[in-house]
Design a protein. Structure first.
Length: 56
């Protein structure tokens, strides 16, 4: 890797991957151990395409 990798970066990467795969935000919150849902919503904000056909 061209930059240092830290374990916490892997945690974030996993959170983004699960959000992009369409996993439930509340389930993701529990899995990551976030007390505040706003901390988990950050993972879904970068994946707006997952809501593209939400109402269909």
């Amino acid at each position: 890797m061209p930059f240092p990798v830290h374990p916490h970066m892997l945690r974030h990467g996993c959170g983004y991957a699960l959000a992009n795969a369409g996993h439930d935000t509340r389930a993701l919150q529990a899995w990551l151990g976030h007390k505040n849902i706003q901390h988990t919503v950050r993972y879904t904000e970068l994946a707006p395409d997952r809501f593209k056909n939400f109402w269909r």
